[in-house]
Design a protein around this ligand. Structure first.
Ligand code: 13P
Length: 336
């Protein structure tokens, strides 16, 4: 793969009409997904499933980059090409999840801190050799009964910044992902307050640790009601509060904000993204880095069967197309 400046690569990932496919589920998480369709969690099945997504005809019209799990970055497609090579030949930039997951935070009330900094410099050098040009690190922040604590927010922000600095040193664009979980009974305003505090803390750490903002992307949650909250906010409120939150916290030099879907349905995630992109112009591109909201239909159509591959690819491309329209603010009610 050719050398490209990190600021150019960041812009390429959030090019108009395109966004990122998060296909970096850990072996444990993909098992949960496969369990829903009764497919055994073998290395071959994981490869076949991902290969099906990456080779869908027209995928690069909508997908600029794909985040992979370590195993996938090292895997070969059924025709013998490496997966990063297959992606590059499709015009998709390979990315890599580099965190080692959220682990219990010492002396906290059940909160988590993301691990994976030890040896990261060496792993990043290896990932670059294997073709990865951008990376992801996800911090998890839960809203629940007095949580999150400042301790949890600050510890995770510090780790995110350490990761981001190491990525840039290795010529890899970091995606910085502080995810405020949707799970819970909290209101949209509680989601707003926690997300604002978390983002302020993250950008404070990024600044202190000399991370170049033009060479990164932010991957946040949208500002939404908790999944179990009886009063669910509509798209207009989600869009207004999400944008306002970024105006308060995200410097204009950050080139792009790529949302996670976080447990929203495919339709809800695209409807919200569409509204957000209809809200006028902003300093950052507002795009997607969805996992479930791009894959749910494809996975349930596939069912692990060869004869379903064409239909599953069609279902995947349909979601890609609708998400791409939403990223441009051009989705209409009939099309979603
Ligand atoms: P979801 O869109 O399914 O939340 O996944 C995105 C992601 O990469 C979370 O880290």
């Amino acid at each position: 793969m050719t050398e490209i400046l990190m600021e150019d690569l960041a812009l390429q990932l959030v090019e108009r009409s395109k966004g990122i496919l998060a296909a970096d589920e850990s072996t444990g998480t993909i098992k949960k997904r496969f369990d829903t369709i009764g497919v055994e969690n073998t290395e071959e099945n994981r490869r076949d499933y991902r290969e099906m997504l990456f080779t869908a005809k027209g995928v690069s019209d909508y997908i600029s980059g794909a985040i992979l799990y370590d195993e996938t970055l090292r895997q070969q497609a059924s025709d013998g090409r490496s997966i990063p090579q297959l992606l590059e030949e499709q015009g998709i930039i390979p990315g890599i999840k580099v965190d080692m997951g959220a682990k219990p935070l010492a002396f906290s009330d059940g909160e988590k801190v993301t691990e994976g900094l030890d040896g990261l410099r060496e792993r990043l050098a290896d990932y670059y050799q294997l073709g990865a040009r951008f990376a992801k690190w996800r911090a998890v922040i839960e809203i629940n009964d007095g949580l999150p604590s400042t301790y949890c927010i600050e510890t995770n922000a510090h780790a995110l910044a350490r990761y981001a600095a190491l990525c840039q040193e290795a010529n890899i664009v970091p995606i910085v992902e502080p995810e405020v979980l949707m799970d819970g009974f909290h209101s949209i305003d509680e989601c707003y307050a926690v997300t604002e505090t978390a983002l302020k803390s993250v950008f404070d750490e990024l600044y202190k640790q000399r991370v170049v903002l033009e060479q990164m992307l932010l991957k946040p949650n949208m500002i939404v009601s908790g999944l179990q909250c009886p009063e669910q906010a509509e798209e207009d409120e989600v869009s207004a509060k999400t944008i306002y939150c970024f105006e308060q916290t995200v410097p204009a030099s950050v080139p792009g904000i790529v949302f996670l879907s976080g447990g929203q349905s495919e339709e809800q995630a695209t409807a919200n993204l569409n509204k957000i992109n209809q809200s006028g112009s902003h300093p950052w591109e507002l795009s997607y880095s969805f996992g479930r909201a791009l894959q749910t239909s494809a996975l349930s159509t596939w069912q692990g069967k060869k004869e379903n591959v064409d239909a599953a690819q069609a279902a995947f491309i349909k979601r890609c197309k609708l998400t791409s329209l939403a990223r441009d603010g051009e989705l209409s009610e009939e099309t979603n």
